[in-house]
Write a protein that binds this ligand. Sequence first.
Ligand code: PGA
Length: 251
Amino acid sequence: MIDPNMKFIVANWKMNGLITDSKTLMQEIVLQANSFPETNRVIICPPATLISNVQKQVKATKILVGGQDCHSEEKGAFTGNVSAVQLRDLGCEYVILGHSERRGYEEESNELVAKKAEAAHNAYLKTIICVGEKLDEKKHSLAVVEKQVEESLPVSADRTNTMIAYEPVWAIGSGEIPTTEEIETVHAHIFETLERLGKSGVPILYGGSVKASNTEEILATPYVSGVLVGGASLKAPDFCAIARTKIEYSY
Ligand code: PGA
């Protein structure tokens, strides 16, 4: 069961890191893990090659580990892919799905994301399903994310096994970030869409150019239950500062 008062601090390392540097990065994060508030749930999503090592390093902490994608089938002739069951076998509790880089470079559709999410739920993984408008869709962002939410969540998705990450594609890795009013508007719309779909209580995270200096403001924004952090999750001091952020007022 996902605690509605939790703030989720999710690190998305993307395709970065070799064994040695990821060990150093995790050592520094683990050393500081005691300073993260109890109400922050920290989840590290390394590339598949590093999951096993990261999993070993976080064993004595409350930090959890997730994958960055999974296949929609449990097993079989799918060269180069990783299944949800295999992620679970490595000790993962979460998996990011439908990230804009996969929707873009790998041409993943909402329907495929929903199938992957169903496979993940069948493997007892919790899903972090990404949605977000591209720059040229900015004027229609509410309609774009509404359709993505409607079509990317399988029947099995509910508040116990699913989170949405709203990541405007133009804000990813760009240093550009929507105003907190804009974030609140889109998050409120996702919130209402989830209610209408009978999936109330699914936490909604924000992602895109999150850094230590803007985390507090973002986390204090109504309807925001956490952050998905890319670039800033690769530097221990930056990521630890984000993970230490404590919000007194929770919406
Ligand atoms: P960023 O990436 O923090 O580097 O903008 C976020 C993401 O792609 O999840």
